[in-house]
Design a protein. Structure first.
Lengths: 343, 343
DNA sequence: ATATTGAATGCAAACGTTTGAAAAAATTTC
DNA sequence: GAAATTTTTTCAAACGTTTGCATTCAATAT
């Protein structure tokens, strides 16, 4: 029976009664190889579908050309945009991305990191899980650092390590969003906050609070309600907001999903957007431009983050002597649409 | 200077003046190793942060425990759900997923497949790119087949190979959607079609056509317009539809994105949904439940597809003698919401 | 004291490839 | 036709780990 063991250089060598070195050189167009030999070997190799075993090469050269991307989720527009950016920048350099989804889970994150190191991954892009962030345990990163495997933080960062980071300026994005609502004339602005403890949630929250303070508007405890970033998690909180004795006249959602959930509830109550309630989201997801009314939002340059992160990584590996870690903060941009344009 | 070369078994062996075999056995709790030796070695290994080089093991055992996932895009809800399903099923078995995004590009798909084979990936989940599908060139899959690397088709399939497949029953989903519109009483049903040539597009299109035929309704050429699956690609086509002398009274979108784009245009025209225009999408994306009105749609069990595909793969590798390739077709399910409920 | 056992360790090969140096073969030069 | 030169090929080591078999050494049985 024809076993399907991949054909190796040794097999070819046997066939031509020559040494493996000759085959290797022939296949790599080494100049010291006789023209005929080269042609014959290359032809035969093509014929039998020879494909070099990269595993053995990795072992020999201690290069794997593979990079780890460790993220809490891939089911958001933003995350996939980041990954696309990484792809776009790194695929042409011959790198392969190993995408690991932690589901916000510490144990899984730890396991993935160990595995990536064991597989001699050449670099790791990490957006830490919520559990990690909450717990404050960063021991699992020690070995990454110790191994000097380049580690690039994405979005969620951890101050204690000397690493490169690429993040979006959530704070000023949120600030601008709330400022815009205030400028339009909204007086009572609620916030559908993200999960506690996450940088993105907290930064946006801080932007919201600081902006209110700047304009001497009260920060009302009951106007701040948690969500988990998903559409459906906005429903109950928004209902609660609208049923208050003194309901808000504008809502700032931690992301577009949540804002869209809120939009639905507002409409169900028979209130008009933006006349009765103003609405702002975050992310500039494709759909936000086509809701009715279209959603004012803050754009996060996910793809660009991915590309910047790649640049930071490449800087590090092509490391000049004077290499220094960088912290890139990309600006977010307010996109004004109908949902906040009360005239 | 302390080089950061990962510490190897040989390093440890040198330290204890013993052979690498002993270290290896000690670390793997081999019974023939002296208790003290074992403890000392293990302790030291932990201390210096030894991590086994999996690359060398891969070479030795010809097992890499890594799987390729080759998809055209990851920026849709459905695709990420599939990947999550794969993850959920395969991560616990110790497999690592290598996600490759082809951007519907033939050359990139070919390159990725070659790379995966070179890296001795143990299995490949493939949803072929549109270019591949269009061109009909499947030569790049020959080597996968030849190497007997398990190949599981996802959604977009190719009939000529003996492989396993997991797909969603798009045809009957589309059929049910259109039938529902007809039952409600819509008479002129347009279709915002996906890109030509793709199985999903064509199957849904076929379901649409066949259903119309079943109910003796005319299939009108000008009611069928192409989109590229994205929200914005629905805008112009929908406008064109609504500005016809005899405009449709219902629109079946190839996916939710497109339907949501159409929803926006319909509302802009001042028409009411579902009274003036009925609307149905496809995918049951999270947002579809919270648009206003909520969107009638067809759910595609992405996560389940991922898990089924995993099952097919595992069947194949744990291969019983009597292993046979399977073609799983999961049903899609009509989800009736407000956008089509004209009473 | 010697043979026998058992425990602990070492040797060497293997996985597939590359590469500097050495060797062999072919060609040129006188 | 031998020496010198050039071209082509082979050898051997290396990457890090595992594993069957051989070896060593001490303890026990005779």
């Amino acid at each position: 029976m024809n076993s399907s063991r991949p054909v190796t250089i040794k097999d070819i060598a046997r066939r031509f009664r020559c040494s493996p070195s000759t085959v290797s050189r022939a296949l790599n167009d080494h100049p010291a190889i006789n023209e005929d030999t080269r042609k014959n070997i290359q032809e035969y190799a093509r014929e039998v579908g020879y494909q070099r075993n990269e595993v053995s090469l990795s072992l020999l050269n201690k290069k794997t050309a593979s990079l780890g991307v460790v993220v809490p989720t891939i089911s958001n527009y933003y995350e996939t945009a980041v990954i696309e950016g990484l792809h776009q920048a790194l695929q042409p350099m011959g790198y392969t991305l190993n995408i690991c989804v932690t589901n916000e889970n510490y144990a899984l994150e730890k396991e993935y990191l160990a595995k990536l190191l064991s597989n001699r991954t050449e670099g790791i892009f990490l957006s830490v899980s919520q559990e990690t962030y909450d717990s404050g345990y960063y021991e699992h990163l020690e070995s990454v650092i110790q191994r000097k495997t380049p580690l690039i933080f994405i979005d969620r960062e951890y101050e204690d390590f000397e690493t490169s980071r690429a993040t979006v300026d959530d704070y000023h994005g949120a600030f601008a969003a709330v400022e815009h609502l205030i400028n339009i004339g909204y007086k009572n602005i609620a916030h559908l906050k993200g999960p506690n403890g996450l940088t993105v949630s907290e930064q946006r929250f801080k932007g919201y609070v600081d902006c209110l303070k700047k304009y001497d508007m009260p920060v009302q405890e009951e106007f701040i309600i948690n969500t988990n970033f998903k559409v459906e998690s906005a429903i109950v909180p928004t209902k609660r907001l609208l049923e208050m004795a003194m309901p808000p006249d504008a809502i700032f959602g931690v992301n577009d999903q949540v804002a869209i959930g809120a939009m639905r509830v507002v409409k169900d109550k028979g209130l008009r957007i933006p006349q009765d309630v103003g609405l702002v989201g975050f992310d500039n997801s494709p759909i936000s431009a086509y809701t009715f009314p279209s959603l004012t939002t803050v754009s996060r340059p996910g793809r660009k983050i991915g590309m910047e992160a790649s640049r930071l990584f490449l800087n590090q590996v092509n490391g000049a002597e004077d290499f220094k870690h960088e912290s890139i903060v990309l600006p977010s941009e307010l996109i004004i649409r109908e949902s906040s344009l009360r005239i």
